[in-house]
Design a protein around this ligand. Structure first.
Ligand code: SF4
Length: 327
């Protein structure tokens, strides 16, 4: 690990100033410290934001729930309001990492975690994300965990998290603080980026901006599911995951909101899938149509070809469970 300066601001505006000057925010450090040890990340200044008052989970005036950026993953997953009203979020968080990591990992940090692409974390290998213009070791290399949707010629990495997949299904918003007291809100579905020709950028945070919280909308009716397919039963990233919120009205789907993990550089949400399901009667043909929409344009890279049928089967299984089975 390379030497670095260490700052502990206790005011948000001071933290934003230091971030604009190049300080790298650290909270739980469950991803960043690993990357620093590997010299994938080499910040000049570490900006410890743990003194900022951003760990609260509180109800909003609009009937939703605001989760502070520094609320730990454990605190969020076990919060009685989250378990009761947003079980897809609790289940997604508990499907990730280990208890020790969830105790330290934070809501803001979880959103900003970086890909686990093998070539990204090995500084002896080419990687456009780590070093723009150096090439992509995964294209033509070993790419079992890589993207089948939304990839580019520059990068085929996947976003590794679970929590954000549930937040996409919930259509949450991200609160962001900028310079001189400015703030903005971004729909979480617009927070992460596809790689395009700038794979070094994982998300749409601008330099100097910090996440301050995540706002969940008022609870939705219906069944909430999170299904994660992985190589082992715990402490493994998703090969495919599905977060689903499905409300039935008799034998018809009243509303559906689905998001997918493990498939792309960002959690995947396709509004056409929600639209085709909402108002329709469950059937194998309907579920197949939803899967066709999901996998339209899906492309394997060789070792990860299996993800295409796996994503289809996982989606069908989730829809059958959420609707009580096909007609
Ligand atoms: Fe780097 Fe992306 Fe290629 Fe992985 S897939 S080596 S992160 S450019």
């Amino acid at each position: 690990m390379r030497p670095f300066d260490y700052q502990r601001p206790d005011r948000l505006d001071h933290a934003a100033d230091l971030a604009r000057e190049g300080g790298k925010a650290i909270a739980g450090g469950t991803n960043l410290l690993d990357l620093m040890k590997l010299q994938v990340e080499t910040p000049q200044t570490l900006l410890d934001i743990n003194r900022l008052p951003m760990a609260q989970i509180a109800e909003t005036d609009g009937g939703g729930l605001r989760i502070g950026a520094l609320a730990s993953n454990t605190a969020c997953a076990v919060d009685p309001r989250v378990r009761r009203d947003y079980p897809v979020l609790s289940r997604a968080i508990l499907a990730g990492a280990t208890q020790q990591l969830r105790n330290k990992a934070t809501t803001g940090g979880n959103l900003c975690q970086r890909t686990r692409c093998y070539y990204f974390t090995n500084i002896d290998q080419p990687c456009n994300k780590r070093e723009p213009g150096s090439g992509c070791g995964a294209i033509g290399g070993f790419n079992r965990i890589h993207a089948i949707l939304g990839a580019s010629d520059e990068c085929i990495a996947t976003y590794p998290g679970d929590m954000a997949v549930a937040l996409y299904a919930l259509d949450a918003e991200v609160e962001i603080a900028g310079q001189r007291g400015s703030s903005r809100t971004l729909p979480v579905r617009q927070f992460h980026r596809l790689p395009g020709d700038t794979p070094q950028r994982d998300n749409n945070l601008e330099p100097g901006e910090l996440i301050t919280g995540v706002v969940l909308p008022p609870p939705r009716a219906g069944k909430q599911l999170y299904r994660k397919v992985r190589d082992r039963a715990s402490y493994a990233f998703a090969l495919v995951s599905v977060a689903a919120i499905v409300e039935m009205d008799g034998d018809t789907i009243r509303n559906a909101s689905l998001a997918f993990g493990g498939l792309a550089h960002k959690p995947w949400h396709d509004p056409r899938i929600d639209a085709v399901l909402s108002g329709a009667r469950p059937s194998d043909a309907l579920f197949a149509e939803a899967a066709d929409l999901l996998l339209e344009g899906a492309e394997g890279q060789g070792h990860n070809d299996f993800k295409i049928p796996l994503a289809r089967r996982t989606l069908l299984a989730v829809l059958r469970e959420a609707t009580g089975g096909a007609a």
